[in-house]
Design a protein around this ligand. Structure first.
Ligand SMILES: [Zn+2]
Ligand SMILES: [Zn+2]
Length: 443
């Protein structure tokens, strides 16, 4: 089988319904982003896709993903993972900074001059025992890449390879951010603290998902992923004999009423379209059948997609616990503890750019508007600092049984989609820099 035939088949296996885009068809209704995008998008897509789907590159991306998958590392322990990243960057003669935020790596491709645009991948695994039996199963007991971050790293390295081959054409500099500790909600914060976003104008991140079919790009403008917070409270009463309740102040009764009242924040106060969540997940108090305890602890989580609802929830949780405790003559202390991840809010302008560029890569028919999602992502912290957008790349494939949700011990990645992810990253950065340097239309 000759090389071009292999490439052709590979491309069509990855995106069976997107053949239109390979033949240079594009949306003539699309608003002009810049002269290049308007007139030469077919050559751009062909160029970047050919580089991403080159047989050797596609095989290399898959190999890297498998190597990382076999050696999963938890938050801020990604020493081996970052050594693989550095090894591959060195092979490509791409300069990088390390360590950033303990284990993170920040590589640079381009002119070294502004404008700067960033692409981000997360590196950490989860404390989950892999149940998938395959050749490259996790070699570390109790740890697994069950959220696809191994694939995210491989896709970003693929983008680095593509961008390196186009380096002379880049109208600025691309930062490739390999970030630790997403699952803990701390990695992005730490990277930002160490200055990775200094001078960066825009950022893009991708997450593989099972909610969309293979090769589909899904995202939305504005509120996208929920913010996530945790609370802990101690309700203090006065312990005593259960047969003489009048001599005690019963914190169990206070907690019972508090838990019910907390549910009313969502059912009676919040806008149903905001879809907030308040869940009490822990109650701890009392030791004897005939004793009223001194205090009872409760803890739980709250989520909301809009920033306004998210921060309002925290305020009301505190108020309801304290007030409800006082009704029962108790007092309460309420603490909010990390990791607290803000809602992920995509910038409208960058989102539009992502949609246009992604349509060139996967075909307009493979672009979806995602619904708001209650899951959280610490990519939100980058978006609080600079404009950017987060997007999903679908990989659901019923025939291959790639259907298990992230954080499942049966989670599997559809590896054929990896070059598409690399192409999306590379195309976003390439065209963003071009747009910034030559824009005549604005957006
Ligand atoms: Zn995850
Ligand atoms: Zn994840």
């Amino acid at each position: 089988m000759n090389l071009s035939l292999i490439i052709f088949i590979t491309l069509h296996l990855i995106r069976p319904s997107s053949s239109k885009i390979f033949h240079g068809d594009h949306d003539h209704q699309t608003t002009c982003l810049n002269p290049f995008l308007d007139h030469q998008n077919s050559s751009l897509q062909d160029h970047i896709l050919k580089l991403a789907n080159h047989v050797e590159t596609a095989a290399w991306i898959k190999k890297i993903r498998r190597e990382i998958h076999e050696h999963p590392e938890l938050a801020f322990e990604e020493i081996h993972t970052s050594s693989i990243i550095r090894r591959e960057l060195e092979k490509m003669s791409i300069r990088y900074q390390w360590p950033v935020a303990k284990t993170g790596v920040v590589a640079r491709v381009g002119s070294g001059l502004p404008p700067f645009v960033a692409l981000r991948a997360d590196m950490d695994a989860l404390p989950i025992q892999e149940m998938v039996e395959w050749e490259h199963k996790s070699k570390i007991d109790g740890k697994m890449h069950a959220c696809g971050h191994d694939a995210h790293v491989a896709m970003l390295l693929g983008a680095a390879k593509i961008l390196k081959q186009l380096e002379n054409e880049l109208q600025g500099t691309v930062l490739l951010i390999f970030q630790p500790a997403e699952e803990q909600g701390e990695g992005a914060k730490q990277m930002i603290k160490e200055g990775v976003l200094d001078k960066v104008e825009a950022i893009f991140g991708l997450h593989l998902v099972l909610s969309s079919d293979t090769g589909v790009v899904a995202s939305r403008s504005g509120d996208f992923l929920a913010g996530c917070g945790f609370f802990r409270a101690v309700i203090h009463g006065k312990g005593g004999h259960a047969a003489i309740p009048q001599d005690s102040i019963d914190p169990i009764l206070a907690v019972s009423a508090t838990i019910i009242s907390l549910q009313h924040i969502v059912s009676r106060e919040a806008d149903p379209l905001d879809m907030p969540v308040v869940s009490v997940t822990m109650v701890d108090g009392g030791t004897g059948l005939n004793a009223i305890p001194d205090s009872v602890s409760i803890a739980g989580t709250y989520r909301a997609v809009s920033k306004k609802s998210f921060y309002a929830l925290a305020e009301r949780i505190k108020e309801v616990i304290k007030t409800q405790a006082s009704v029962y003559r108790c007092s309460a202390t309420v603490d909010f503890e990390g990791p607290i991840v803000s809602p992920t809010v995509n910038d409208e302008r960058i989102y539009e750019h992502v949609v246009k560029v992604s349509a060139m890569i996967v075909g307009k028919q493979n672009i979806e508007v995602a619904p708001p999602i209650m899951g959280s992502e610490d990519f939100a912290f980058y978006l609080e600092k600079i404009p950017g957008a987060f997007a999903f790349l679908g990989m659901r494939d019923e025939k291959k049984a790639i259907i298990h949700s992230p954080h499942s011990p049966y989670y599997a990645v559809h590896e054929d989609v990896l070059p598409t992810g690399s192409a999306l990253h590379a195309a976003f950065a390439y065209t963003y820099l071009l747009k910034t340097s030559t824009s005549v239309c604005g957006s």
